[in-house]
Design a protein around this ligand. Structure first.
Ligand code: SF4
Length: 76
């Protein structure tokens, strides 16, 4: 599914976990913060694993078609 991925750069601590998990999707920018270079660069499950693995929960993943927030899980 098409995913909308965003990184909260103010929160990112440049641990590079997301880059290691999905290097075609996330890369560090010139300031050493993660940015999305290709939202379709890895299977959905890998992208969600990268978001879950971020130690400071800086990555948000939304289903672009439905608008459903996949990670972090929306508060009920
Ligand atoms: S895993 Fe999180 S803190 Fe680490 S580089 Fe990626 S966005 Fe930044």
């Amino acid at each position: 599914m098409p995913l909308k991925i965003s990184v909260n750069k103010a929160r990112c601590i440049a641990s590079e976990d997301c880059v290691e998990t999905a290097p075609a999707v996330f890369q560090l920018d010139a300031d050493g913060k993660s940015e999305v270079v290709n939202p379709a660069g890895a299977p959905d499950a890998t992208i969600l694993a990268a978001a879950r693995g971020c130690p400071v929960k800086a990555i948000t993943v939304v289903n672009e078609e439905t608008g459903e927030q996949l990670f972090p899980p929306p508060k009920k």
